[in-house]
Design a protein around this ligand. Sequence first.
Ligand code: AMP
Length: 393
Amino acid sequence: MAKLSIKDLDLKDKTVFIRTDFNVPLNDSNQITSDKRIRASLPTIQYAIEHCAAVIVASHLGRPKGKPTPNLTLAPVAARLSELLGKAVPLAPDCTGLEVARVKPRPGEVLLLENLRFHPEEEANDPDFSKQLASLADIYINDAFGAAHRAHASTVGMISYVPLAAAGLLMDRELEWLGRVTRNPDRPCVALLGGAKVSDKIGVIQNLLTVVDKLLVGGAMAYTFLRAKNEPTGRSLIEEDKIDLARKILASAGAKLVLPSDHIVASELKPGASSEAVTRIGPDRIAVDIGPQTIEQYAQIIRGAKTVIWNGPMGVFEMPPFDKGTVELAKAVAESGAISVIGGGDSEKAIKAAGVSDKITHVSTGGGASLEFLSGLELPGVAALTDKTANSA
Ligand code: AMP
């Protein structure tokens, strides 16, 4: 069911509570090392300001374990948000209570609440805490796709106590693209899955096999599958306890699931280790990347695709030259002209390294949330939002 969007609502003179994912990386001096997450929700905040709403922004930051923790204050975020918006963004001393009520913004103004996770009730999805958060707002907006797989007070609980709960512009975009490629993809639709473990992506593999025309597997994950086919894998990273499951997946997937036919192998997993391309992995070798033949085969399938869904690197890409498979396939995704949706994290770094970021349709801002979405699970933070039909009159 489609969810109400901020664009469907009249925000004028309303107090709008925007849940963002401003869980930014900080260095030892408490400086923000990447403001990407703040920029990602800027359009939603600007939209609310332009439509004359009084804006309250809330987020978690790090893991303060339910206690006020000075180095996890949102003060650096307030300062950066203020610079990006070009207007004052005061930081409330807390996220609930009388002091917050006293500093409530007026239409056109923005207030940032202090770290939601300074209260244990946030992660416990406590009803009283949820009510207190809800009492601040006329309208609730969730723009925190990265936190939508968590049922916390600010992502789910408070929605029961506000009249309207809608998706922000970032959340809208995430749901639109992830929804489109998994529900109604242009075909051929190809998934490219890599990374360390089969166990992290079982749900994604099983669900995508019901959606895509081809599922190309790379990364260490491929070696658990090759072992399940009784192929030699040397000292490559394997999940012994997932071999049986891998065998069952292979049997049901048939020709849809494609495994690497050659590999880059090294004698040890360290920078500068000598390596070579092989089709058969020797007993003392570790496979660290897909080989040239596989790169060509996968690139050709990707170039013929109309939709590409990509999650996880094809090799130990943080250790060049073992990034070659990942970077070459990033280029193939860009060249394909397909609708491309990328799961963020390592795959995002790869498209940057390949210099093709501007050719990708959508890079998800939520690692865990996008994996749950691709697994076909309903995200609690999305399910809780108001259905579009219920209010679109
Ligand atoms: P994930 O978080 O599951 O997407 O996994 C990413 C990690 O998988 C990266 O740190 C890669 O170095 C690692 N990885 C990918 N391929 C291999 C491989 N062949 N052997 C060991 N680690 C790998």
